[in-house]
Design a protein around this ligand. Sequence first.
Ligand SMILES: C[S@@+](CC[C@H](N)C(=O)[O-])C[C@H]1O[C@@H](n2cnc3c(N)ncnc32)[C@H](O)[C@@H]1O
Length: 208
Amino acid sequence: MINDARHLAPRGSVRAAAFVLAAFARPTTVGALLPSSRHLALAMAEAAAGAERLIELGAGTGAITEALCREHPGIPTTAVELEPRLAQHLSRRFPGIEVRAAAADEVLRAMSSGHGSTVLVSSLPFRSLPPFWRQRSRQAIEDFLLAQPMRRLIQFTYQPRVPFDLQHVHALRWRRVGVIWRNAPPAWVWELGPVGNGLVLPELARAA
Ligand SMILES: C[S@@+](CC[C@H](N)C(=O)[O-])C[C@H]1O[C@@H](n2cnc3c(N)ncnc32)[C@H](O)[C@@H]1O
């Protein structure tokens, strides 16, 4: 599906330029100056192993979307992106998945009653998001995970601290999966899931 669409895809440099423009226009919601590296994208995709449904939050230029489609072919995938122009690029580049130009919290609330073994794969820049967006997104993610015990979130940060402080501290737990040095800047990969669901990821030794 991805291969069929390659001739429609903007080249990497064009995607990077679109991302840099968005980053300068909305630095707090974009939260990075460069798209995720292929090493980080692979690590995020590998951390989502076992998913029966994937929802990517803040898909941006599609660096991680591409890895998700390659590593998890046939798994129903929804990519969510707030910035309409980036969402349009994603729709053209990945015709085999659903792309929603919307806020992550809206989509999560609408999909909350869906499949149990859903993995959320997020690039949302929690540490730079304005408080309004941070609070809404955090709340929606926690509610989504707590609705079904087999759900998990995979999230990266640019600092060795948890992506966000939990409201449901006794029901959910963060686990550090690994650090990816080959990204600008280096990124820490985290997993969040309900306490007791046996968060079982091995350390990402290969990708780190
Ligand atoms: C760090 S960037 C994405 C990096 C992405 N992995 C890439 O390589 O392009 C974060 C993205 O999240 C999007 N975003 C921020 N807040 C959002 C929200 N509440 N809902 C959906 N997307 C959001 C931004 O527009 C931006 O494209």
